[in-house]
Write a protein that binds this ligand. Structure first.
Ligand SMILES: Cc1cc2nc3c(=O)[nH]c(=O)nc-3n(C[C@H](O)[C@H](O)[C@H](O)COP(=O)(O)O)c2cc1C
Length: 224
């Protein structure tokens, strides 16, 4: 082995806008279709007994400035309940095909209803019905019971045997959650496991309209 390969790593002087860099990686993987769900991310929440739980959700908006990420879900789900108990959450993207990882810690807050309405209206009818038909994270006796529950909802909005389709409103318990980042760590795969890592932090202060005022990012390199 002569020297370590320094191709394609983070710039020597760390950029002041790490969310923009992560967004470039996100856009590139989405555009190139390098993996089936490049917008999939692991969301971890912590309940009121300090027990963590993680699951995959899809990032629907990545907004580098002022710096939040939006996913959509059922507010009555386990994650919804845990976020109400403790809005501190973490997110991880793993873009395997380009050897990159982005870890984000942030504060979760409901999207404005205009954002949730707009996104819900863009979903196909089947997905709109299933937002009504599934009490996400609740138990159900059987798959058949679930299908019946869905069909009952379908019949409420589509008159059986006719072409009449009513507009489906957004369920009040379903919508967006914005995760306002206060920490981001970017990781790039390096040769011989000499990866490149850097972590940035900033302060968030909540405003009256449930947005946040943000300070500048401060970044530092980490050993792999
Ligand atoms: C690829 C993939 C994408 C998913 N996207 C979402 C999503 O955007 N929103 C959501 O609520 N659940 C999504 N899920 C399901 C969640 O992982 C999870 O099962 C569900 O939200 C219930 O989680 P909870 O009981 O912890 O609230 C997705 C699962 C996978 C595998």
């Amino acid at each position: 082995m002569s020297t370590f390969d320094e191709r394609n790593l983070l710039p020597e002087t760390l950029p002041g806008k790490p969310m923009h860099l992560a967004k470039d990686w996100f856009d590139k993987t989405c555009e190139k279709k390098w993996q089936p769900n490049p917008n999939a991310m692991t969301l971890s929440t912590v309940d009121n007994k300090n027990t963590p739980s993680s699951r995959i959700v899809l990032c629907k908006y990545f907004v580098p400035d002022p710096g939040y990420i939006v996913f959509f879900t059922n507010y009555n789900s386990r994650k919804g309940k845990e976020i109400r108990e403790n809005p501190e959450v973490s997110l991880v993207f793993h873009w395997d095909n380009i050897g990159r990882q982005a870890r984000i810690k942030g504060r979760a807050i409901y999207s404005p209803s205009s954002e949730s309405d707009k996104y819900f209206a863009s979903r196909n009818r089947g997905s709109q019905i299933s937002a009504w038909g599934s009490n996400q994270s609740q138990t159900i006796l059987s798959r058949n019971d679930l299908i019946k529950q869905m069909n009952d909802k379908l019949n409420e909005y589509d008159s059986p045997g006719t072409q009449n389709e009513k507009e489906i409103p957004r369920p009040p318990h379903w919508g967006g959650i914005r995760v306002w980042a206060h920490e981001i760590e970017l990781w790039m795969d390096g040769e011989n496991r000499v990866h490149d890592r850097a972590r940035w932090t900033r302060k968030l202060e909540i405003n009256k309209d449930n947005s946040f005022s943000v300070s500048k990012w401060t970044g530092t390199r980490l050993q792999p």
